[in-house]
Ligand binder design. Sequence first.
Ligand code: MG
Length: 260
Amino acid sequence: MIPIKDWHELAAMRVAGRKLAEVAERVRPVVQVGVSTDEVDRLTEEAIRGLGARPAFKGYKVGKAIFPKTICISINEQVVHGIPGKRLLREGDIVTLDFGLVDASGYYADLAFSVPMPGASARAKKLLDDTEQSLYEGVRLARPGGRIGDIGCAIQGYVEPRGYGVVTQFVGHGIGRNLHEEPSVPNFGKAGTGYLLKPGMVLAIEPMITLGKGKTRILEDKWTVVTEDGSLAAHFEHTVAITPSGPEILTTLNEGGSIR
Ligand code: MG
């Protein structure tokens, strides 16, 4: 069953989404060469709690593994779910920040983007630009009467001809009173297939794209997902409501503008 949110619930999700966008805007300037990922984590938690919300990822369980931090920070060949720690950001790094909160209302919001540190290669920066654009290509098709497969097809159709790999082992998801709800939202697929999209569905759309092949593996910390071939990865995500007039991005302070 795919949960359909009424106007009241959508209003609560709008508030949660704006709060998360505000958190990202506050944290973004701190992400600099020489800063530890733990410091970014600390500031993110402070920002979330300061807005009367709670971290969505801290304490999140998959089997016996419990995610210990507030933000996921994934660097270079790390795709998603990197755990903050003592590591310092370095020149040339590609840094993916994945933010999540649950508001006092009980509704979740999920947002991610990758940023280049000074000295990142032109190819890496192009990967980020193209991955962000692929997100918007997918978002555009999150509209009533469409199908889940339309979204993945648009993302895949944008990045593969440009020579990138699509990560298939991790996908987007429905979101609402739970961080992960039905349906799955793959970043690949066939147009016209999968669930029918209806007003009131809310989706976390999140292309994960690499400079190499899309294959991934999980490190021994049980969380960090890396590309199997060691190639650079980028990840962009918005929480998007399907409204009668089309997609509405909830995790933004300036709809139509770049996340970064
Ligand atoms: Mg997500």
